[in-house]
Ligand binder design. Structure first.
Ligand SMILES: *Cc1c(COP(=O)(O)O)cnc(C)c1O
Length: 427
């Protein structure tokens, strides 16, 4: 006989001995240096040596194992849209986990359906558009890659991506990623992908013909140092792909979900893509990815049994994303990203040794006049700021979208000293 869901059984007795993850991991019992030693003997070396061991966060601040405080201007690489430990997101995730955590895709849940509907609405997607949920950006792009293959056929075998592109590290997404150092050790990769020069409309028009199944584009290349596509490029790509019968697939894993001050970086381009991938900011720090397919025809390319995932779209991840979208929408977060982003870009452009500032909203890249970006990252850490160097002379900022004016100013004020230290370190 079904039980009344309104009358939950009493919770089982608490597991004795440890009440929190901090206790399970014995957080207080080792210094940062000791943790890093244990890291290097237990974790695979693919990330090199982590910069710090972080134990706690609140808003735009995080603290390391030695108690040092940092202003987080990277936000877990454009992930922590609402900062750390956002009270509303935390409470929605906790209550969902205490209600229903995982069900597999033999079943669905109201949070999953509500999130899909919300994403279609935010994307302005036409009737017949659909969503597939994954757990990460690379997985969202794997799904998009399969979509592209389903648009392939005799004579239509090529997929176009751009030089400088980053679409992820699993084999399909890696085939779309341009960087040789990431690709070469893993060849052969899925075939047919051609990388054309970045931002060159003529090269695009020349490449896109009826042998092309899909074109993958990032509206702003984040990993390449925050490089925006030139004005008019997305429109040209839409025209060329429509004429050729190819799909236009936008990777908004980094640029989406308010990062640029709007839901999608491509929102103002005046085009309707065939698909968009999302991840990073979507779960506010909880892992989730999504593929949106636009319109009936594209949405039907992947049919029952042609793709799947165990975890994707689970109740907790989709609850985290619903909470994140709700908070962004109701708390003026995108307006803040536009305003503070503008303030930062203007102020950064006036700092000595800064040669160029790029980006939109709170996705910002700036170039320095020498190969000192990694040294600047280290100097910034010592000064209590987390920033990132996607290239030898390029700094990227992707802070929580709730960064305040005063916090932005704090970094700008500290930057001259950080750069002076970096120059000293490379000499
Ligand atoms: C980060 C990123 C990915 C990969 O996402 P993961 O969650 O790391 O797999 C793909 N595309 C873009 C544009 C990204 O910035």
């Amino acid at each position: 006989m079904p039980t009344d869901p309104g009358q939950p059984k009493p919770a089982p007795a608490e597991t004795p001995g440890a009440a929190t993850a901090a206790e399970l991991a014995h957080v207080g019992e080792a210094s940062g240096a000791q943790w890093l030693q244990r890291y290097s003997s237990s974790l695979m070396g693919v990330f090199g040596t982590p910069q710090r061991v972080l134990v706690r966060g609140a808003g735009c601040l995080v603290w390391d194992a030695d108690g040092k405080e940092y202003l987080d201007l990277l936000g877990g690489i454009a992930v922590n849209a609402l900062g750390h430990a956002h009270p509303f997101v935390t409470s929605v995730i906790s209550s969902q986990l205490a209600t229903l955590g995982h069900v597999s895709n033999f079943f669905t849940s109201p949070t999953q359906i509500a999130l899909a509907e919300k994403l279609l609405q935010l994307a302005g997607a036409p009737a017949g558009s659909k969503v597939f949920f994954a757990n990460s950006g690379t997985e969202a792009n794997e799904a998009a890659f399969k979509l592209a293959r389903r648009n392939s056929g005799p004579g239509r075998t090529r997929i176009i991506a751009l030089e400088g592109a980053f679409h992820g590290r699993t084999m399909g997404a890696l085939a779309l990623t341009a960087k040789e150092a990431y690709r070469t050790p893993f060849e052969p990769l899925p075939g047919g992908v051609v990388h054309i020069p970045f931002g060159d409309v003529e090269a695009l028009r020349a490449a896109v013909d009826d042998t092309v199944a899909a074109v993958f584009l990032e509206p702003i290349q984040g990993e390449a140092g925050v490089r925006p596509l030139p004005e008019g490029y997305l429109r040209a790509a839409r025209e060329a792909t429509t004429a050729a019968g190819a799909l236009l697939i936008l990777d908004e894993v980094q640029t989406g979900i308010g990062r640029t001050g709007k839901w999608l970086a491509s929102a103002d381009a005046g085009i309707v893509p065939d698909a968009v991938t999302l991840a990073k900011g979507l779960g506010g720090g909880f892992p989730i990815g999504a593929l949106i397919t636009y319109g009936e025809q594209t949405s039907h390319l992947l049919t029952a049994g042609q793709h799947g995932t165990t975890f994707g779209g689970n109740p907790v991840a989709t609850a985290a994303a619903l909470a994140t979208l709700h908070a962004i929408e109701s708390q003026g977060v995108m307006e803040n990203a536009r305003r503070v982003g503008e303030q930062l870009r203007t102020a950064l452009a006036a700092v000595d040794h800064v040669t160029e500032v790029r980006g939109e909203g709170l996705l910002i890249g700036f170039d320095l006049d020498a190969d000192m970006a990694p040294a600047a990252v280290n100097a910034a850490l010592d000064a209590g700021f987390i920033i990132n160097a996607p290239g030898p002379r390029t700094i990227r900022l992707a802070p929580p979208l709730i960064l305040t004016s005063a916090q932005a100013d704090q970094f700008v004020q500290a930057l001259p000293n950080i750069l002076a230290t970096a120059i000293g370190a490379i000499e």
